[in-house]
Design a protein around this ligand. Structure first.
Ligand code: PLP
Length: 431
């Protein structure tokens, strides 16, 4: 598509957008002038669906009226509530329902899955991850390695971009996997890097990892609800994600986990167990000796956090109503492409501002990461002051994510206007 830098053009795209009405399903926070803000931070916390409060309210009512009986009675018995989330979650990540469970929080799920999928031996004990991974992932791996009596410096191998580049090349990732060979126990990477917005080639990485006998998993915090995923077909071993970013399920909301179907009937696969992962037909016999449920459900520890699960259920229903990830992706590529077009037009030099997110749409999701070499903090504060909500990542990156469920082309146009006004006040940098 040939983009045009005009409000008319943006409004025309909105008029043609089959998902345009979905914005009405969300609460858009007010900006400084009392009008709706320009929200570009769905990569950090998705907006509240208008259906969320009633969904939680319903469970408050059930609790009020049914108390302990709510586990077995009412419109959505709590005993089985998590089962209702497996189907919609599986559609988000490209899995079979038996491969998915909704439980805990993201970092907790990462630890639980690593117990099963990072089982180092004397010779095969290395972990491959992206350098500068999200801190929680770094700390999780560091302490998992220590749990096995290993030194993080020795066991953890980090991938870094080539000098002068900001993102990883797939060929370099694959070469490192091959080089580590039989010493490699587990590959764990983001599906999308939180800082640069780069999408990794999960299918190729999984194939390469399996070729050397390693397990391969992904942290999908920035990928779930952002890009189409095919975890089952890609043959990924395990994955986890949070639901408060692109899945709009509320701050600290319940998270997801994926375990490939080939492990569904391996009760002997080591895991940390709890009663909710126990074979549900026998759970209440309270016997000694752990016998897991089939599939990902066998990794559950505790009975479900119903209030946040109810919100998640309402949010997932919106993704389904919008036509799923393929429909969202079509709009997302255009929205992000339009933002890129408007930023590129500013005519700022690379030594002032550069987009470090890959230009190839196949290698990115919603988010663009702007590396602002000159007056970055000033730009960020200017954006916030005029009601553009993005986020700031040290040392000098601004992340902006137009989200297809609730952002409009007009939102993107207006951010472009704010950026253009700021850019016009910048001194050209001496070469
Ligand atoms: C957002 C995010 C987290 C957050 O972890 P929580 O356990 O949900 O607090 C972890 N890892 C990545 C890659 C993230 O983007």
């Amino acid at each position: 598509m040939t983009f045009e830098p005009t409000l008319d053009f943006a409004r025309q795209l909105d008029a043609q957008d089959p998902l345009h009405e979905f914005r009405q399903q969300f609460h858009i926070p007010p900006g400084p002038n009392g009008q709706e803000c320009l929200y570009f931070c769905g990569n950090s916390l998705g907006l509240q669906p208008r259906t969320a409060r009633a969904a939680a309210e319903q469970q408050f009512t059930n609790w009020q009226n049914l108390a302990v009986e709510g586990h077995f009675r009412g419109d959505s018995p709590w005993m089985n509530f998590h089962e209702s989330l497996a189907g919609p979650s599986a559609r988000i990540v490209g899995a079979k329902p038996v491969e998915v469970v909704v439980m805990n929080n993201l970092t907790t799920n990462l630890h639980l899955l690593l117990v099963s999928f990072y089982q180092p031996t004397a010779t095969r004990y290395k972990v491959l991850m992206e350098g500068g991974a999200f801190p929680s992932d770094q700390y999780a791996l560091e302490t998992q390695v220590k749990l096995h009596g290993r030194q993080p410096d020795d066991a953890i191998v980090e991938l870094t971009p080539r000098p002068g580049e900001h993102t990883l090349r797939t060929e370099d990732i694959l070469a490192k996997i091959e080089e580590l060979g039989e010493s490699l126990a587990t590959v764990i990477m983001g599906g999308i890097n939180y800082y640069t917005g780069q999408v990794y080639d999960m299918a190729a990485i999984t194939r390469a990892g399996h070729a050397v006998g390693a397990k391969v998993g992904f942290d999908l915090a920035h990928a779930a609800g952002n890009i189409p995923l095919h975890l089952h077909d890609w043959d990924v071993d395990f994955a986890c994600w949070c639901t408060y970013k692109y899945l709009n399920s509320g701050p600290g909301g319940v998270a997801g986990a994926f375990v490939h179907e080939r492990y569904a009937d391996q009760p002997e696969l080591l895991r940390l167990a709890g009663w909710w992962g126990y074979d549900e037909t026998e759970r209440f016999k309270m016997r000694k000796g752990f016998r897991p449920m089939r599939g990902a459900a066998g990794w559950q520890l505790s009975n479900g956090a119903i209030l946040t699960m109810a919100v998640h259920q309402a949010a997932l229903a919106l993704h389904d109503a919008a036509g799923g990830m393929e429909a969202l992706r079509r709009k997302s590529e255009l929205l992000t492409g339009y933002l890129e077009f408007l930023i590129t037009r500013l005519g700022l030099s690379k030594s002032q501002l550069e987009i470090i997110t890959p230009a190839d749409p196949a290698q990115r999701g919603c988010q663009l990461s702007l590396l602002v070499h000159q007056n970055g903090r000033d730009l960020f504060e200017h954006l916030m002051a005029v009601g553009v909500i993005g986020d700031w990542r040290e040392p000098n990156v601004i992340r902006l994510a137009p989200v297809p469920l609730y952002n409009t082309f007009e939102d993107v146009y207006r951010v472009g206007e704010v950026l253009a006004e700021w850019a016009s006040r910048q001194q050209p940098v001496q070469a």
